[in-house]
Design a protein around this ligand. Structure first.
Ligand code: GCB
Length: 619
């Protein structure tokens, strides 16, 4: 059986090598039985499945007693109800409280707001597979490290807070009875983690995205990658399971029919010329076509858009024509008074709706892979997407083999999960990472991986004005982007906070300019200022909406003057929780750089950017 092993690892050969490098050192001190690093089951939205969302019981373990494994009194993963007569056990699942999955724990109870340690979750699962089918337990995301047990037996572990993972549980569920599933989620980030424990966002812990029990037929369509290569539509299809070789594969995309037969490795590439009736996708007309693939008794259906993205010198081309990215950056945090990572489809629709109301054709989904539902919405709404993994700031251990292996597997899992989303134009490998040889080598490996997995996207990174591109030349306000990584990227992107984290006032932005010797498109991936929604005053006063609006007006003029600038994604759409934002009057643990406050209140700068984008769109 290729692709899906009986022990539950779901990946191709290339990913296996990465997976095996992941067993240390994060796990080194843990006394509980170790299991393999789990990889995703792809394309969950197309699968027959049962939801495991709802209430799960939990046990807090702030002293990490479970992992110390010092005695039988704290073995929370055991499928077990303590008998009245002993031996003594100091927990009882049936008496433990419940919380909602999916959802971070921080927002579910005041006592958990700052909780950053392990929590054990538990629920029963039932669902025997029928005649040769397989049952797979699939998590869309849990932050940060997850360890799984079924009926007291370790069945796998996963490191990384924003990518999916899955494990085959067919044999364990075969009798149709209820089986005890325990998941220990540890939200702590060790020094070699991605990201590290120092970020400018709340580290929401827990099973933050949906959990499913998926039904897989004996041979199934494990992966597909639809793309436009000139005027040719190509679809790579990969089967996994019992009989993958020599299978007929038939696909329909809109009115187009494609057909082929798999090789011994279960793979085939179908190709056909795009008919003019198969309209291209664009933000102005986000046309999606029904895709249906059938093979070996399995079939999948989803909606796919077709478009090309490329560069020509300093231009960015969508479907062969220059495009300007009218963007906004955003975290995965819904509009609402309580900060949370739990993002329903309705929440995502509301957030992306605000981006549309701004006049955006582009969103930077910072700083980690957002949920699949958000990306499908971007396809539907006509928003071009920048997607990234959390290789964030200088604290990443660029010299660590563990960290590199982890970043590579995260990126691979993100790309394989999302490469059929036509909205995605840019994969970003890093955010604000200072130039060193170790960092350059690390990021070049990620770039090479991304190009191999997806030759159809452009590669970028958010470079840091203050660290990477050098300050302005002596006596001038000219910033030159010379980061050596520029040679490896397709699009250069700069985060710059002139007039917020610098001495300048917004009117002095008139003197500032950005340039690069690279003959490549340049964009501004961040700029902004904190403003408390509703706080008004003279525009010179920090923290006022007026200051933020002024900074936006001046920065937008500077951006307009920048040669070869193909767009911008100011920081950011909505205020978001950040434990390092201490100002007692204005921040109270919220980063206030949103154009809307946490409850959706639009600030003055929203209108400044909206008017600017309206002007650009009418050109
Ligand atoms: C940045 C980071 C972003 C922060 C932002 C800020 O450069 O990329 O994650 O939240 O600055 O507000 O300082």
């Amino acid at each position: 059986m290729s692709g899906l092993s009986r022990r539950g690892l779901l990946c191709s050969g290339a990913s296996l090598a990465i997976a095996s490098a992941l067993s240390s050192p994060a796990q080194a001190n843990r006394a509980v039985p170790q299991a393999e690093q789990l990889r995703p089951l792809l394309h969950l939205h197309t699968r027959r499945k049962t939801s495991l969302d709802g209430k799960w019981r939990y046990i807090l373990d702030p002293y990490d007693a479970g992992r110390r494994g010092d005695n039988r009194r704290r073995t929370f993963w055991r499928n077990f109800t303590p008998p009245l007569t002993g031996p003594l056990v100091e927990y009882d699942w049936s008496a433990s409280p419940e919380m909602v999955v999916p959802g971070d724990w921080n927002s579910q109870s005041p006592e958990l707001l700052w909780y950053d340690d392990p929590i054990y979750y538990r629920r029963d699962i039932v669902g025997a597979a029928v005649s040769g089918h397989r049952k797979v337990l699939a998590f869309e995301g849990a932050n940060y490290h997850s360890q799984l047990w079924l009926d007291s037996k370790a069945i796998g572990q996963h490191e990384g807070g924003f990518t999916p993972f899955a494990v085959d549980v067919t044999e364990a569920l075969a009798d149709g009875a209820a089986h005890g599933l325990t998941v220990a989620v540890d939200s702590r980030h060790h020094p070699e983690a991605v990201p590290t424990d120092y970020t400018d966002w709340q580290n929401y812990g827990g099973i933050t995205r949906s959990v499913w029990l998926v039904d897989l037929p004996p041979t199934y369509i494990a992966d597909w990658f639809v793309r436009l290569d000139g005027e040719t539509v190509r679809i790579d299809v990969e089967l996994a399971g019992a009989a993958v070789a020599g299978q007929r594969v038939a696909a329909r995309l809109g009115g187009l029919r494609l057909e082929g037969r798999t090789q011994t490795n279960g793979k085939v590439t179908l190709a056909a010329r795009r008919s003019p009736r198969l309209a291209l996708w664009s933000p102005e007309k986000p046309t999606l076509h029904e895709l249906r693939i059938e093979s070996a008794g399995d079939s999948i259906a989803e909606r796919i858009g077709l478009r090309t993205i490329a560069t020509r010198g300093r231009e960015l081309l969508l479907n062969g024509r220059p495009v300007y990215l009218r963007g906004i950056a955003m975290h995965e945090e819904p509009i609402g008074p309580v900060g949370t990572r739990r993002m329903s489809e309705a929440d995502a629709r509301r957030l992306l709706g605000e981006a549309k109301a701004l006049g955006c054709n582009f969103v930077r989904l910072a700083h980690y892979p957002h949920s699949e539902a958000t990306l499908r919405l971007a396809d539907e709404l006509g928003l071009i997407v920048w997607a990234e993994i959390p290789v964030y700031w200088e604290h990443i251990r660029y010299d660590s083999a563990h960290t590199l292996a982890l970043a590579r597997s995260m990126q691979a899992d993100m790309i394989r999960r999302d490469r059929n989303r036509c909205s995605i134009a840019l994969w970003s490998v890093a955010n604000e990472t200072p130039i060193t040889d170790a960092r350059n080598a690390f990021l070049r490996t990620l770039i090479a991986d991304a190009r191999a997995l997806d030759p159809t996207r452009l590669l970028t990174a958010a470079l840091n004005k203050n660290v990477d591109v050098g300050g302005a030349e002596e006596g001038t306000s000219v910033f030159t982007v010379t980061d050596p990584l520029g040679a490896d990227l397709d699009v250069l992107a700069v985060n710059q906070y002139e007039a917020w984290y610098s001495e300048r006032t917004p009117d002095q932005l008139k003197e500032v300019s950005f340039t690069t010797p690279y003959d490549k498109p340049l964009m501004f991936s961040e700029f902004g200022a904190d403003a408390l929604a509703g706080h008004r005053g003279p525009r010179e006063h920090l923290w006022t909406e007026d200051y933020q609006a002024w900074l936006f007006a001046e920065t937008l003029e500077m951006v307009e003057r920048t040669p070869g600038c193909v767009g911008l994604s100011p920081w950011l759409l909505k205020d978001f929780r950040s434990p390092r934002r201490w100002h007692g009057r204005y921040q109270q643990f919220w980063n206030r750089k949103g154009l809307i406050g946490e409850t959706g209140q639009r600030k003055l700068a929203f209108e400044v950017l909206r008017a600017h984008y309206a002007k650009l769109a009418s050109r």
